[in-house]
Design a protein around this ligand. Structure first.
Ligand code: FES
Length: 145
């Protein structure tokens, strides 16, 4: 093999290896703290509004999302959907506290960060907001993507 051919083959192999590495980094799995950062693609979480999230302050965590009823009615603006992955160190937020109206990242994993229902940091150590997710409602089915 000529030196030029060897270098060309090596470059192609490295390019393929790098592409594979990037693809592996972008895949979603259960350990991915932010499985749908672009907001596109399939449903992250669904809720049956006929039986779930009926009262203001009710919430549901799953699929990397925290979904909170923030007002009466079954319109998109009646809910907040945010990434459930704390921006401090990646723990899943623990709950929504309807008394304080804040999302809490508590022990055993979290360190006390608090977020508003718009995702903004209320209390650190987190410094970045929770990412917003998209809500659609069809009939009694709410879908977060
Ligand atoms: S991981 Fe949430 S406060 Fe540290």
């Amino acid at each position: 093999m000529e030196r030029r051919d060897f270098v060309t083959n090596l470059s192609v192999a490295l390019a393929l290896a790098c592409t594979g590495g990037l693809a592996a980094c972008s895949k979603s799995d259960s350990g991915d703290p932010d499985p749908n950062p672009g907001g596109g693609g399939g449903a992250l979480l669904t809720a049956n509004l006929g039986s779930e999230l009926q009262n203001t302050g009710d919430y549901k965590i799953g699929g990397g999302v925290i979904l909170i009823r923030i007002a009466a009615g079954n319109t998109v603006s009646s809910f907040a959907a945010l990434s459930s992955t704390c921006t401090h160190q990646g723990c899943t937020v623990a709950r929504f506290n309807s008394s304080t109206n804040l999302i809490e990242c508590n022990a055993p994993c979290g360190h006390g960060s608090r977020y508003t229902t718009s995702g903004a940091v209320n209390t650190g150590p987190a410094t970045a907001a929770l990412a917003k997710r998209t809500i659609t409602i069809s009939g009694s089915t709410l879908t977060v993507t």
